[in-house]
Design a protein around this ligand. Sequence first.
Ligand SMILES: Nc1nc2c(c(=O)[nH]1)N[C@H]1C(S)=C(S)[C@@H](COP(=O)(O)O)O[C@H]1N2
Ligand SMILES: [Mo]
Length: 171
Amino acid sequence: MKSLILLTFFLVSLTFSSLAQEKTNAAPKTDETLLRVETQDGKYYELRTADFAKLPRREVKSKTHEGAETSFSGVDLREVLKLAGVKFGEEGKKTTLISYLIVEAADNYRVVFAMSELEPNFTDKTILLADLRDGKTLSKDEGKLRLVVPDEKKLARAVRQVVRLKVQTIK
Ligand SMILES: Nc1nc2c(c(=O)[nH]1)N[C@H]1C(S)=C(S)[C@@H](COP(=O)(O)O)O[C@H]1N2
Ligand SMILES: [Mo]
């Protein structure tokens, strides 16, 4: 009898531990950090797959390096910055013109944008943080997210493998 109780206990705990295991294995999908936004005040915001999925999506056409007309889709870069507390429009009046954005990639490639290049009161252009190219997931070389910057003669600011955004304000 005693051994039967012990055996039952053993089987029950085995079931529970495998259930818990399944849970931890399944979790990272929506919880995965796509990028980190660091702001001037030393605060940071981690954008996860689930947060990105909730943002309004846009489609932008752009020529690739090889000259092929391509359709990228993703999220307006401003939307991600807003989640991190970056202010635009009237609210950002005091900081926009003296702030800049550093976009950093996994391979340490970095570029800078003046915040006014993203300010809706200054431009109608949309810099896209794209996760799809012609409806398909980006290549490994492009990473999970890449920038698509409209109307630039060179594609050097179309950062691939974006992993960090840093907002700085000059003194
Ligand atoms: N992470 C990362 N992004 C990058 C670069 C890079 O070296 N690393 N090169 C840039 C340059 S100079 C160009 S021309 C384009 C080329 O984009 P493609 O490789 O998708 O054609 O990527 C830009 N983005
Ligand atoms: Mo380039």
